[in-house]
Design a protein around this ligand. Structure first.
Ligand SMILES: Nc1ncnc2c1ncn2[C@@H]1O[C@H](COP(=O)(O)OP(=O)(O)OP(=O)(O)O)[C@@H](O)[C@H]1O
Ligand SMILES: [Mg+2]
Length: 411
């Protein structure tokens, strides 16, 4: 017998489980053994430790868990499990996002083809299997060309190629990532196939959304700080003229509708280009970099709580976009290449007014290499203030308080 109060959560952080428990739900937690975090086993009512990347193994276990515990919805906030959640929804007829829709978000070529096919927007995109393919693509679409993994994350293997002379070297560099089992999260995001895309100019934003039965609420538009293709920070709500914001929100809502998402979280990256708003990529998962925490404090809307509460219908739908009550920003401090000797100033910075959190991702003894992707960032500082502009001003005055002391590698 199905019990109405049981949810299956796949992967993610401890807070997702805690929030589901606070809503009074029974939590069956499906996790991969490489990702089990402290506190998760205690918080979940049931823990299934499974290689969930293997559907043949996961399918019978989920079936048995469904029979045993009778969960009525599946929820995941991590990209590596969105297609799995879709398979489970399809297999058990739970409603929720299907495998087909989840795959459309995850596979960047499929997304581009789908958006073209639906008439929503057309951005040149093709699979490339050689440097010659990239040159041929550039013949058709012009430079710059973006080459990136078909289903990558964390900006790993993303290259912007500006001229024919750069193709060979860039291609060798990005394809050199194939088979690199030593990279962080390599189990979940192996680099394999590549696409080439037309370069979209303009300033980039992301939209953090939640969809209720096909009604898409863009909770926050978020501004970005970049170093090359790597995101070095975010600020929200984005500082935009009202008409530009309205156009960006409308584009995101159109995108989510075209993609066929009806319920749950969305994270859509867009550029306001010289040709109008264009999608960079979209996801049926939350943004990284703790943006969901910043959305919760700036807009008073907790996407993580809703991710369990909405499919179980223990929280009501939002009718309108929530008004921001604060501004917030996050930026990363990176150490110079070498061996980390110390990370200084963290506790003092945490005690400063307005500092929401300081998360340290390096320890003494770690070797810092030149940054290649999101995993090559070191200390994340999160700040809130009355407005976004005030938060940016505040964080900029604080960033030099953290010092990552490194000793150059002896060559
Ligand atoms: N077609 C494009 N035109 C211009 N810039 C692009 C394009 N595709 C990607 N980029 C830039 O590269 C960044 C990373 O690309 P993308 O978001 O597709 O990769 P990702 O690995 O999923 O990154 P992340 O997980 O950090 O969002 C984008 O945020 C954007 O700044
Ligand atoms: Mg991205």
């Amino acid at each position: 017998m199905a019990q109405p109060d049981t949810i299956l959560i796949i992967g993610g952080r401890l807070e997702a489980l805690q929030k589901a428990k606070e809503l009074g739900l029974r939590v069956v937690f499906l996790q991969h053994k490489e990702r089990l975090l402290p506190g998760q086993a205690d918080t979940a009512d049931v823990l299934l430790l499974v290689d969930y990347l293997d559907w043949e193994v996961t399918r019978p276990i989920v079936r048995a868990a469904h029979e045993a515990y009778g969960f009525t919805a599946v929820m995941t906030l991590v990209e590596q499990a969105t297609e799995l959640a879709g398979r489970i929804n399809d297999m058990l007829g739970l409603g929720g996002t299907s495998f087909e829709v989840a795959r459309r978000f995850h596979d960047k070529l499929r997304m581009r083809e789908w958006l073209h096919h639906t008439g929503f927007e057309s951005v040149g995109c093709a699979e490339v299997t050689s440097a010659q393919d990239v040159r041929d693509f550039a013949e058709r679409h012009g430079f710059p060309v973006v080459v990136k993994p078909l289903d990558g994350t964390a900006s790993r293997g993303v290259a912007v190629i500006h001229s024919p002379a750069d193709v060979e070297e860039s291609w060798a560099e990005v394809t050199g990532l194939r088979g690199r089992a030593d990279l962080p999260m390599a189990t979940f995001y192996p680099v394999d196939r590549f696409i080439a895309e037309e370069y979209i100019d303009g300033v980039e934003y992301s939209a953090e959304s939640f969809s209720f039965d096909g009604h898409h609420v863009v909770v926050s538009l978020t501004g970005k700080f970049h170093d090359g293709c790597v995101e070095m920070g975010h600020a929200l709500p984005a500082i935009l003229p009202e008409d530009v914001e309205t156009a960006a929100v409308a584009h995101v809502v159109g995108f989510l509708t075209a993609m066929g998402l009806t319920d749950g979280v969305g994270h859509t990256e867009i550029k306001l280009s010289s040709k109008g708003p264009r999608i960079i990529e979209g996801h049926d998962r939350v943004a990284g970099d703790r943006l969901l925490d910043l959305v919760a404090v700036t807009h008073g809307f907790d996407m993580e709580r809703y991710a369990s509460g909405w499919p179980m219908r223990v929280l009501p739908a939002l009718a309108d976009r929530p008004e921001p009550v604060l501004g917030s920003v996050t930026k990363w401090v990176n150490g110079s290449p070498g061996t980390v000797v110390a990370v200084e100033g963290v506790d003092e910075l945490r005690a400063e007014p307005g500092v929401f959190a300081v998360d340290v991702h390096v320890s003494p003894g770690d070797v810092i290499e030149p940054m290649a992707d999101n995993f090559g960032r070191h200390v994340q500082v999160l700040v809130t203030a009355d407005t976004t502009a005030a938060a940016i001003e505040r964080i900029d005055s604080l960033m030099d308080r953290v010092r990552i002391v490194t000793r150059p590698a002896v060559g």
